[in-house]
Structures are given as C-alpha cells and as structure tokens.
Ligand binder design. Structure first.
Ligand code: SF4
Ligand code: SF4
Length: 99
C-alpha cells in the first residue's frame, strides 16, 4: 500500500461509543469528515455493534465543510485537535465555534 503523510488536527476524544470507529472513547478511523452546511456533525459516524479492533491510531480530521466555524479555512479544520460527542440530538464536533 502506498502511504501518504499529511498533517491533520487530531480527534482527541469522542464520547459516541456506539460508533463502529469508537473504542474506549477514542476515534480510531484514519480520518473523519465533519459537517454539512452549518451543522458540525460527524459525517463518518455509523452505528454498529461491531467496533474497530484498532486502538492505537488516533483519527485525524480529513475534511470539514463547516465554513462558518472560526477554525475553518478553505473547508479544512485548522484547530490543533477536536472533540466529538452528542449534542442537540446529533453527533457533533464540540470544538465548533461560530465566527
Ligand atoms: S469521531 Fe465520528 S467516526 Fe469517530 S468515533 Fe466519533 S462518531 Fe465515530
Ligand atoms: S473545529 Fe470547526 S473547523 Fe474544526 S472540525 Fe470542528 S467544526 Fe470543523
């Protein structure tokens, strides 16, 4: 497999333990996508009784479509790290701050 090294903000915590990528309140996807317009939801979330066995890798934020967030430039997140969890009935980026 070819490898790509890229700097991304880390997902330092995710409390949505029902997600398939979650193990021990950590996100272990390679990268996640946040956002849909002004809603900073986790697009990568999927509910699953089976969870990743990967527990060492920490996910990065590969893309974020929430341009109204003050951490967003050109549809990319510029924060050092983010947290994800339940908010207002959805799974959201809790680091979101409206400009
Ligand atoms: S950040 Fe998103 S993809 Fe990662 S574990 Fe949480 S809900 Fe799942
Ligand atoms: S902090 Fe803002 S820019 Fe970064 S992922 Fe969350 S909503 Fe997107």
């Amino acid at each position: 497999m070819d490898k790509l090294e890229i700097e991304m903000p880390l997902v330092n915590k995710c409390s949505k333990e029902s997600c398939g990528y979650n193990n021990g309140c950590g996100c272990h996807a390679k990268a996640i996508t946040i956002g849909d317009g002004t809603n900073p939801g986790c697009d990568t979330f999927f509910d699953s009784s089976r969870h990743t066995s990967e527990t060492k890798r920490v996910a990065g934020v590969g893309a974020c479509k929430v341009s109204v967030c003050k951490h967003n430039t050109d549809f990319e997140c510029q924060a050092d790290s983010i947290s994800v969890g339940e908010q207002e009935g959805g799974v959201k980026c809790l680091t979101f701050e409206r400009r």
